[in-house]
Write a protein that binds this ligand. Structure first.
Ligand SMILES: *[C@@H]1O[C@H](CO)[C@@H](O)[C@H](O)[C@H]1NC(C)=O
Ligand SMILES: *[C@@H]1O[C@H](CO)[C@@H](O)[C@H](O)[C@H]1NC(C)=O
Length: 298
C-alpha cells in the first residue's frame, strides 16, 4: 500500500462513517439480536426457516455472516458481497448493533464458509452507509452497506453477486440462503440453509399483509409498500425467520440478487415474507459503491 492510498483510505473511511442516530425499537424484523438486547422480536411456535434444506457447500459464495462478541460470538444477520469492499445488508441489522454512535469493534464479517461461526476468513468493518430514508419504526428503505477495511479476497468459495435491477413481478422463482432460526427459541443452525420461494404480486402482498396484521394485531407489524418492497410466499410453515435478515434474495434464472431479507410475521405463519426491492434502489446502491470504493482502486 502506498502513502497515497493510505491517505485516500482515511478520507473514505470518514466519508462512510457519519451522523449516528439513536436506536429505535425493533419490530418483527428478521434480525437476530435478541441476545444482545431485550427487544421485541416476536417468536411463535411455528418459528422456522421452514422447509429449508442444507445448502450445498460453496453454493452461496457471496453470503456473509455478521457476528459480534469477543469471547462468545453471536450471530446477528446475513449480508451479501457486492464488490471488493462492500457488503449489502438490511439497515435494521446495522441499527440493532449501533451503540453510542458506532458499530461494535467486535463486529466481523465472515465469508467463504457454510458455518456462521467460522473464523477462517473474517473481515473488519470500517463503516456503514445506511439509506437516508430508512425508517426504523416501520422498516422502510431497509437497505445498508458495510465496508470492509481491506479488500475481500475472492476465490472459488468467495465472490460477489451481481444485482439484478429489473422489476420483479409475481411468479418469479427465487432462493434465499441463511442461518435464520429453524424453531422457536432454537439456536441458529450452524450450517447455511436455503429455501426456494416464489414472488407474489405487490397488491396481493399489501392485501395479505394487511389481513395478517388484523389477524395478529399484537405483532404490530408495518404495512408493505410494493414499489420499494417485494414479497414471496411459499406456504404456511415455509419461509424466512429471525436471523435471515440482511441476506440476499436471488433470482434463480439469472443468479442475480433482487432483494434483501427484511421482515415478516415470525415465522412462516402463512403470511408473505417481505424483502427490500433492489430495483427501487439502483441509484443509491451505485452511488454508494462508487463513493466508498472508487478510490481504493487507484
Ligand atoms: C450507520 O448506521 C447507523 C445506525 O443505523 C446510522 O445512524 C448511520 O447514519 C449510518 N451511517 C451512514 C453513513 O449511513
Ligand atoms: C461453531 O458452532 C458449532 C456448533 O454450533 C460448534 O460445534 C463449533 O465448535 C463452533 N466453532 C467455533 C470455531 O466456534
Amino acid at each position: 500500500m502506498t502513502v497515497k492510498t493510505g491517505i485516500i483510505f482515511i478520507t473514505l473511511a470518514l466519508g462512510c462513517l457519519t451522523t449516528p442516530t439513536p436506536n429505535s425499537e425493533d419490530l418483527s424484523q428478521f434480525s437476530n439480536h435478541e441476545e444482545q438486547e431485550a427487544t421485541t422480536v416476536k417468536v411463535s411456535p411455528n418459528n422456522r426457516l421452514v422447509g429449508a434444506s442444507s445448502a450445498r457447500s460453496g453454493a452461496h459464495p457471496w453470503v456473509v455472516a455478521m457476528t459480534t462478541g469477543s469471547t462468545v460470538r453471536s450471530f446477528t444477520c446475513a449480508g451479501s458481497i457486492i464488490s471488493q469492499r462492500t457488503v449489502l445488508t438490511a439497515a435494521h441489522c446495522i441499527d440493532s448493533l449501533y451503540r453510542d454512535g458506532a458499530l461494535p469493534s467486535s463486529l466481523r464479517l465472515s465469508v467463504g464458509s457454510d458455518r456462521w461461526n467460522s473464523t477462517a476468513d473474517q473481515y473488519l468493518v470500517s463503516g456503514n452507509a445506511t439509506h437516508p430514508n430508512y425508517v426504523s419504526q416501520i422498516t422502510k428503505n431497509d437497505i445498508a452497506m458495510l465496508f470492509t477495511y481491506t479488500d475481500i479476497v475472492f476465490s472459488r468459495r468467495v465472490r460477489p453477486i451481481a444485482i439484478g435491477y429489473e422489476f420483479i413481478g409475481a411468479g418469479v422463482k427465487t432462493r434465499v440462503a441463511g442461518w435464520g432460526r429453524t424453531g422457536a427459541g432454537a439456536p441458529n443452525p450452524s450450517r447455511l440453509l436455503q429455501i426456494d420461494l416464489t414472488t407474489i404480486d405487490g397488491e396481493r402482498c399489501e392485501r395479505d399483509v394487511a389481513e395478517a396484521n388484523e389477524k395478529w394485531p399484537n405483532m404490530r407489524l408495518p404495512h408493505t409498500e410494493s414499489h420499494i418492497e417485494l414479497c414471496t410466499f411459499h406456504s404456511r410453515g415455509r419461509g424466512t425467520c429471525n436471523g435471515d435478515s440482511g441476506g440476499p434474495l436471488v433470482r434463480v434464472s439469472s443468479g442475480k440478487q433482487v432483494g434483501i431479507v427484511s421482515w415478516g410475521f415470525p415465522c412462516a405463519l402463512g403470511a408473505p415474507d417481505v424483502f427490500v426491492r433492489l430495483s427501487a434502489f439502483q441509484s443509491w446502491i451505485e452511488k454508494n459503491i462508487d463513493e466508498c470504493e472508487y478510490e481504493y482502486d487507484e
